[in-house]
Each structure stands twice: as C-alpha cells, then as structure tokens.
Write a protein that binds this ligand. Structure first.
Ligand SMILES: Nc1ncnc2c1ncn2[C@@H]1O[C@H](COP(=O)(O)OP(=O)(O)OP(=O)(O)O)[C@@H](O)[C@H]1O
Length: 250
C-alpha cells in the first residue's frame, strides 16, 4: 500500500567534469512504495542514492523528505531525519557477532528511533533478539560476522539500517554477491521484515528477476537521466530500456 509523498527529488543535476551523472532528475516517491533503480554501470543510480543520503551535494536541485528540505545536509543528519541505507559491501564489525552488532546499532539509535512499534518498552537485548528473529538470523546470532555466509552478512547489514525505523530505506544492490539459490530467500526475508511498517524502500538492482518480483515501480537510468518510470513490466518492455539497460532489444 502506498500513501502520501515521502521523498521528492526536484530538478537534480550533478556533473563530474564533463561527465553528466544526474540530469534534471525529478521523482516523487509515495510512502510505502518499493521502488527499484536500474541502469547499466555508470548510468547514475549511485549518484542519485548518494545525493539523497547526503554523501554528494547536487550542483542544483532540491531533495525533500516529508516536505522538509534535506539537500546538502550531512549524511549523519539525514540519517537522523529518517533516511537510512545499506551498502553493496556490508559495513559491519567483523570481529563481533550479529547480536553484538545489533546491540551497538540499537544503543546508538536511542529509544525514539527503534524500528518496531512496541519497542519503546523493550530493552536493547530484547530489541536485538526481535530483529534477529524477524530477519531469521537466530541460528547465526552468536557467531563472528567474519565467519558468516555472504547472504547472512547482507541481511544483517539491512537489519542494522532498519534499527532506526527509517522513513526511507535505500538498499544498494541487496542481492549482489548472493547466489541465485539464496537471492529470492534474502529478498523474501527483507520484504517480510518491513511488511506492515511505514517504511519506503528504494533498491538499486541489476537482477531483473528481483526487480520484477519485488518492485512496485522502476526508475531506469541512462547517462544521468531517467528514461523510464513505471511499473516493472512496462519499464522492462520499453524499447529504450531494452537497448540501454537490459541489452535485450532485438
Ligand atoms: N566521485 C566521482 N568522480 C568522478 N566521476 C564520478 C564520481 N562518481 C561517479 N562518477 C561518474 O558519474 C557517472 C555515474 O556514476 P554512478 O556511480 O552514479 O553510476 P551507477 O549507475 O551507480 O553505476 P554502477 O552500476 O556501476 O554502480 C559515471 O560516469 C561515473 O564514472
């Protein structure tokens, strides 16, 4: 279910020398939407994510979160405002266990930001345990992260991003480096964990099976521009998308 607009990008432009990384990007994202960002290497997906999360300042344009301008705020401030991200390479403390990583994240987020609605009454260890359960990681909870399979590390990284109960969650290639047998299980777990929560999910993805199954809407990027913006079937049957993104044009 989607609702009022939570995230808006208005006329975003970003150049790196002669390279156009974002060219007049305009997007309204309704609350609760599952929005996938697709595009070939260098198309501008990460530039868009980095601008939304404060890691890059646009040359021109504005970004609004729940009608509040967040353009040019620091990444830390934007996280506090409710935009959290996971990374293509999970950012975890390798020597600690998932439970310990989560305890640190829960402690750092403070009670106001806990992900689960009734978490206010819970202590940090109960919250960590509930998150481990929701993300089906109990069996791995007390092993060092350095010993865990790639899919579980990804899952933990995403769970960590959700601890703050963000309004917007950005996932950078959640299934990259995950085996084809594991990828649907990982996405099923993530989507089940956020089901019913008021979180909007944007995910960068190269795997069109994942896009088709989990996105409500797809933005296709090419040369810094959005060349298609629609439901997955419509975007993937677009001739420009087939030519410049998926390489399936005849
Ligand atoms: N910090 C930077 N300095 C110079 N050029 C950059 C920088 N970041 C991105 N670019 C360039 O901007 C363009 C868009 O890059 P971006 O990383 O946004 O693409 P992408 O769609 O995320 O690609 P990928 O799928 O490979 O991650 C590319 O031509 C890239 O080389």
């Amino acid at each position: 279910m989607t609702g009022s607009v939570i995230l808006q990008a208005k006329g975003l432009n970003k150049n790196f020398g002669a390279v156009v990384a974002a060219a007049d990007i305009n997007v309204d994202v309704p609350t609760g939407q599952r929005l996938s960002l697709i595009g070939a290497n260098g198309a501008g997906k990460t530039t868009f994510v980095n601008m939304v999360t404060g890691y890059l300042a646009p040359d021109t344009g504005d970004i609004l979160l729940a009608d509040q301008p967040i353009t040019r705020m620091t990444p830390r401030r934007i996280t506090q405002m409710g935009v959290c991200r996971s990374f293509q390479i999970p950012q975890l403390c390798e020597a600690m266990t998932p439970r310990e990583n989560l305890l640190v994240a829960v402690g750092a987020s403070g009670p106001r930001f806990s992900f689960f609605r009734h978490a206010g009454a819970q202590g940090a260890s109960e919250q960590a345990a509930e998150i481990l359960q929701r993300f089906e990681m109990i069996a791995y909870a007390d092993r060092p992260v350095s010993e865990l399979p790639g899919g579980i590390r990804k899952l933990l990284d995403i769970a960590m991003a959700l601890v703050r109960r963000p309004k917007v969650l950005l996932l950078d290639e959640p299934t990259s480096g995950v085996s084809s047998e594991e990828k649907f299980g990982l996405m099923d777990t993530v989507m089940a964990a956020v089901e019913g929560e008021p979180v909007t999910v944007l995910f960068v993805e190269h795997d069109m099976d994942i896009v088709t199954r989990y996105a409500d809407r797809v933005l296709a990027f090419y040369a810094g521009k959005i060349i298609a913006d629609d439901a997955p079937d419509e975007v993937l049957s677009d001739i420009e998308v087939q030519r410049y993104v998926t390489g399936t044009a005849r």
